[in-house]
Design a protein around this ligand. Structure first.
Ligand code: SAH
Length: 274
């Protein structure tokens, strides 16, 4: 397997047309890699990875997942960590379109599910507009991985009738653009992606909009991976717990009464593996 660390090398290949466009453009397969544990890949994802000659992958793709890629395939790392973008999104799209137009089939591999905070929608639209055919293979999103692996039953019917996935990512003006009133509704579980940098703001706003300070809340770090940790507390003390335990991305914030069931479920889950 050849790792191509510097994706700019690929962008420097001549634009289609300059060397004559091949008759058949390649096909793109957008594959969700799941939350990290390779056993959480779908069979279709494994099939796509085994058959791939070229794979473009993000930093959240578990290392073990890449073992399914054939020995002689090319692997291109295209980033991105929130503060350290290896390639801007437009360049990733541009690269995919160029490669496909040059006749190469490729797999675009993303952590979790590509259509859930994965910018897979933008990539699929761009491919559609460029006239390049593609398939979409769903993945287990981090929230599902965290719920199952850390013992949080996201919609236990005694505690939650609604499940919301939200992003805690900052807008350009340093504000978290969220509908706080909707997120602070009762009998609901809220899972926030990309929220570690804004955790104090998130907890504060949820309390200001009506959730009690005692509302159970959790941080699930590296869900499904060997380093998985689940820190539980309340909306009030979660930011302090995050500091104390040095919780680092990738981590999810889970808010709702279902979090209170976590210790009981975890005891049972640990008992079954022993
Ligand atoms: N498309 C991905 C989400 C990408 S956004 C998916 O469907 O899961 C990136 C955010 O996902 C991270 O900031 C973190 O909040 C969350 N995340 C991804 N993998 C994770 C994991 N293994 N454990 C906890 N959170 C994870």
């Amino acid at each position: 397997m050849s790792f191509i660390e510097d994706a700019r090398w690929f962008t420097a290949t001549p634009a289609p047309g300059a060397t004559g466009m091949p008759a058949t453009p390649g096909r793109v397969t957008l594959v969700g890699a799941g939350p990290g544990d390779p056993e959480l890949l779908t069979l279709r994802a494994v099939k796509a990875l085994r058959g791939a000659r070229l794979v473009l992958y993000d930093h959240l793709v578990g290392k073990e997942v890449l073992r399914y890629v054939a020995e002689d395939a090319d692997l291109i790392y295209v980033g991105k960590e929130s503060s350290h973008h290896t390639l801007p999104q437009e360049s990733i799209i541009d690269l995919m379109v160029r490669l496909a137009r040059s006749g190469r089939n490729l797999v675009r591999l993303k952590g979790g599910d590509g259509f859930i905070f994965g910018r897979g929608g933008e990539e699929a639209l761009a491919l559609a507009e460029a006239g390049i055919s593609f398939d979409v293979v769903p993945g287990i999103t981090a929230a599902q991985g965290a719920g199952a692996c850390a013992g949080i039953p996201l919609t236990h019917r005694d505690h939650a009738a609604t499940l919301v996935f939200a992003t805690g990512h900052l807008r350009g003006d340093n504000e978290v653009a969220l509908d706080w009133e909707a997120l602070a509704r009762p009998h609901q579980t809220v899972v926030i992606y990309m929220g570690m940098g804004t955790l104090p703001v998130i907890c504060d706003q949820l309390m200001r909009h009506g959730l009690p300070a005692s509302m159970p809340a959790a941080l699930v770090e590296q869900a499904s991976l060997p380093g998985q940790r689940c820190i539980t507390g309340t909306l009030q003390d979660l930011p302090q717990l995050a500091q104390q335990h040095r919780v680092r991305p990738p981590a999810l914030i889970v808010v709702g009464e279902v979090v209170a069931l976590q210790p009981r479920l975890m005891r049972g889950m640990q008992a079954t593996v022993m």
